[in-house]
Design a binder for this molecule. Structure first.
Ligand code: FMN
Length: 181
């Protein structure tokens, strides 16, 4: 009798482990993908990736932004020209390996002109977001993330967006408080 009970318990355990593994596989993986021109968003992206045990991918422009490109006081700088043109799509260098494996995407960027940089549009348009949940995050010099998220939602209404979060100066504990919500 004791042996029988042990056998049933072992069988149940194997079944439970197999189901848990399957559920995990179906849930898919998490990816933290970000663009960062001067390192602030990158720092936060790395904290999120550590806290969520997610893979990390940096969106790279085919042509790196120089500090002259980033000069928002100059109307002719590359960033000003791009942000002035809603249709600008800076060319990307590379793409995410195994994109299909991910179902949760943390998408990070610096706020430029109260919006997401145009390279974020390039990235979104280069991938299939069907079946994925996207959680935006950003860093800024003070602006909120709201307008940028509003614009992204308006431009890509078929994507399943979750509420975004501005993470200026975020600490590891700020990040873990946020991701548990
Ligand atoms: C071209 C450009 C435009 C910017 N526009 C804004 C803005 O509208 N509001 C704001 O608060 N910060 C603005 N900033 C500041 C950045 O959002 C901020 O420094 C951010 O943390 C940079 O992130 P990164 O280091 O990951 O590139 C701008 C910076 C650049 C280069």
């Amino acid at each position: 009798m004791k042996r029988f009970v042990l056998f049933i318990a072992a069988a149940l355990l194997v079944c439970f482990a197999a189901t848990a593994q399957k559920t995990e596989a179906m849930k898919g993986k998490t990816l933290v993908v970000y663009f960062s021109a001067t390192g602030n968003t990158e720092r936060v992206a790395k904290l999120i990736s550590t806290a969520t045990q997610a893979d990390l991918y940096k969106i790279q422009p085919a042509k790196a932004y120089t500090s002259a490109d980033l000069d928002w006081h100059n109307k002719s700088s590359r960033s000003s020209v791009e942000m002035n043109d809603a249709k600008a799509r800076p060319e990307l260098d590379g793409s995410v390996p195994n994109w299909a494996d991910y179902t949760t995407i943390y998408l990070g960027y610096p706020i430029w002109w109260d919006q997401a940089p145009r390279i974020i549009n390039s990235f979104i348009e280069s991938q299939d977001f069907a079946g994925k949940t996207v959680i935006p995050f950003a860093t800024s010099g003070g602006s909120s993330i709201s307008h940028s998220v509003q614009e992204l939602k308006k431009t890509y209404p078929s994507i399943h967006w979750q509420q975004g979060k501005l993470l200026n100066g975020a600490t590891p504990s700020d990040i873990s408080n946020w991701i548990q919500k």
